[in-house]
Structures are given as C-alpha cells and as structure tokens.
Write a protein that binds this ligand. Sequence first.
Ligand SMILES: [Zn+2]
Length: 367
Amino acid sequence: MSASVPPPDVIRRAPKALLHDHLDGGLRAQTVIDLAEESGYAGLPAQDAETLSRWFSEAAYSGSLERYLDTFQHTVGVTQTAPALARVARECAEDLAADGVVYAEVRYAPELHVQKGLTLNEVVEAVLAGIEEGVASARSAGHWIRVGVLLTAMRTATHSREIAELAVSYRDRGVVGFDIAGAEAGFPPTRHLDAFEYLRRENAHFTIHAGEAFGLPSIWEAIQWCGADRLGHGVRIVDDISVDPDGKAHLGKLAAYVRDRRIPLELCPTSNIQTGVAPTIEKHPIGLLRKLGFRVTINTDNRLMSGTSMTREMQLCCEAFGWTLDDLQWLTVNAMKSAFIPFDERLDIINNHIKPGYAALKVEMAG
Ligand SMILES: [Zn+2]
C-alpha cells in the first residue's frame, strides 16, 4: 500500500518531471557571490551564501510580483558572460538531478544577458553547453536526467518575435520551446501575437505565463488568441470555479475548456504564496484543481528566491493535502505528457524511469 504521506527521503528519491523552472531564479547562492567577485559586480546585498539566500527569500516574500521580479537584477547582473552562463546552467542540471528530477524544462530570457556584449546566439550556446555538461556529470554520478531549454521573451519588451525565431533556430539543438514572462498586469499576451503566430506556423511549442498575478482575461487570451500549449501558472483559473458548501464544484466556460482540452497548468505553490496568490499551501488551489482532474503539474519556478526544490514542493503538498506516492506519480506523468520533447521520448521516460521508480518506492514503503 502507498496510501500514507511519503517521508521526505522517499520523495527526494522519487522520479520527478519539472516544466517550470527559471535558470536565473535557480542559482546557488555561493555561485552568485563567486560570479559577482569574478565580474566586479558590486550590487549584492550580502557577501556570504547563507545571508544572501535568506535575503533572496525575504525579498521574494513581499507579496508583490513586481518586487519579486526585482530580485532578478542580481542573478541576471552576474550572468553576462559565456563562462558564467555555462556554469549556472551546469549547476542547474546537476542540482535538479540530485533532487531526483529525471526531466526538466529550464527557461530563461536571452535578451537579459547581452549587457556586456554577448550576442543572443552566444547566450543560447553558452547555456546549452553548460546544460550538456551538467547532464553528463549528473549521469556519471548516477543521477539520470534529460533537460530541455525554453527561451523566454520579456512581455514588457518588444523582442518576442526575434526570440521566437531564435527558439526555432535552436530547436534541434536542445531548445524545446518558447515562453513569455515578466509583469503580467498591463502586458497582455496578445501584445506578442506576432511571435505566437510565427511559432504556430513553424509547428513549435510554447507556454505563456498567464493567470498568475492577473486573472481570467489573461488566461483566455493566452489560450484562445495566442494558442498556448500550456499555461505558466494558470492558477487564477479558480476564479472561474465555484464550490458549493457541500463540495460540489461548478466550472465556468473557460475553466471547463481548460479541463476538457487537458491544457497543462504549470503550478508553482511556494512561488504563488510569495506573490500573494494564496495565503498558505493548504489554501492553494492546487488541491482543488487536482481533485477536479485538471492537468495539474507541480513546479519550482525560482528555487533560489523561494528557497525550494521539487522535493520540498511535493513534500509541502503531501502534508497539506494528504497526497501519497500515487498522487506524486500522477503529477509526474501529467508533466511528462505535457512536455515539449517528442512523444516517443516522453513515453520512454514514463515507462523506463518514472513508473519503475515509483513502483520500487511503493514496495519499499509497503515493507
Ligand atoms: Zn515563472
């Protein structure tokens, strides 16, 4: 039986799939300090790793998406050279693999890393080289992982078409999709329609940050105008769901569409609490959305700012909602079904990594 909440050590070893993780939100605190020193970056608010990581998570708990996004000036500030980007990408792959992640899509905005003269292509190549190195070193340490990259365009800027073209030009070399991110209110996804139409003509995959700080209109535009394959967060879809006192749920037309079409929700519980979407994990809509059978996935968003990992996000949800290994396997398979890599590779990871991994842990927990 696997009907009890799994202990942290079991969760850590469980195979995981992660669709929503920002490269510039996942640096090791010590790496931020090292890179600042190497590059002469002077603006860091602390000089030792412990104080710095505490500063990041405190700043991120301000309750405002805009202030949360401000913390990125430091992580972006120290990653303006090819070696810095490659190091951060390598460590990202290694850290995720050590956390039991077998499949990850890591995203970042190339346009934020050209302040010291790198071209967009040089940025992309440095990150891909670092990922490749990190995947190889993780695998040789006994942690199998596959990592795909998403290129993000900033929704507040005007480079989305160019970044979309960049994503397509690297799609056979490790880039698996496209995304837009940044302040949501006042910057609807339809501002970037040109990029999304281009991607659809190229048969390319994309997700859109929508329904995080801003509600249903943003989700509706992302799906019905832009044609997003997935929703980055999408958590505000609960605004279109009402629940009777006896627990019966009523879905509005948009929520029903999202569920019927199996549109994946890239939910990020801790991050949402930091930006004020929900007051606690117990009150986070992920519990309700899972119960209603939406295509729910669980994600880290920004591991440094949220002081989190996939293990921690899963553990928090297990404690809050009484989830078991069956729930975690369901979430993980959901994420793999929603991944942007080819179907046969997704099946291979589900059948050869995820299912056997959970089966072994269920036997262990039963014994
Ligand atoms: Zn995000």
